[in-house]
Write a protein that binds this ligand. Structure first.
Ligand code: MN
Length: 231
């Protein structure tokens, strides 16, 4: 089919140990899904899950073992890191029950929900959408996806972020308020999930600012770690 200009290339993420890549459809994110982070953001710690999105081409794919450059975004002076477990959907569906959720998961990856916190806070105060704070270019660094069968212990894996070698965030996936299966149940009631969807499941406490020149090292036990250099 002829187009009036060349369509955008398919966004994709590497798959650990395979030459085929994972083609990205949408990026969903869960807000405030660890109690201690909800408290540090001024929440109660317990509330129904809520969702926001980033554009698929916000993905900044980190190839295994390679530090990827993230340009410091425009308009902010308070760029925050949020280390998160990312769920990669392999089989779509709507109204997926938590008990059936595992069969829809292709794999897992380490991701960073990078946030222009000053802009997000300003929008929150005004009751306006968060898009400018969350959905900017390169705002979704993500490492290679590990197929689910290779990480049976993911539900209680350690999650860890260092900046310039210093600990910033350290928790366990077991502390998710809404676990992966429950998140898929709730998310798929609101949107029909498609193969290629990514779900950023929320960040533990310890979010904070990074500046140009910082190196972020994110890891979750059993998954490919990521290194991001802010430029
Ligand atoms: Mn987040």
């Amino acid at each position: 089919m002829p187009y009036v200009f060349a369509p955008s290339p398919q966004v994709s993420v590497p798959v650990a140990g395979r030459s085929e890549r994972f083609p990205v459809h949408r990026i969903y994110c869960v807000g405030r899904n660890y109690v201690e982070h909800a408290l540090e953001m001024g929440g109660t710690g317990r509330e129904a899950p809520f969702f926001f999105m980033k554009p698929a081409d916000a993905v900044l794919a980190a190839e295994p073992g390679v530090a990827v450059a993230m340009p410091y975004p425009t308009l902010t002076s308070n760029l925050h890191h949020e280390i998160e477990l990312v769920v990669a959907i392999g089989i779509g569906g709507s109204h997926i029950k938590a008990a059936d959720a595992a069969s829809h998961i292709f794999g897992y990856a380490v991701g960073l929900d990078m946030t222009r916190r000053d802009l997000q806070n300003d929008m929150k105060k005004q009751g306006r959408p968060w898009s400018i704070g969350k959905g900017f270019d390169h705002s979704a660094p993500i490492g290679a996806i590990t197929p689910a069968a290779q990480v049976p212990g993911i539900a209680c894996a350690a999650i860890h972020l260092q900046v310039n070698g210093q600990d910033r965030q350290h928790s366990t996936i077991a502390k998710l308020i809404w676990n992966v299966a429950e998140t898929i149940e709730q998310l798929s009631a609101a949107w029909t999930l498609q193969p290629g969807d990514l779900i950023f499941t929320g960040t533990p406490e310890g979010v904070g600012a990074v500046v140009r020149g910082d190196t972020l090292a994110g890891s979750i036990d059993g998954l490919q770690s990521i290194q991001i250099h802010i430029e």
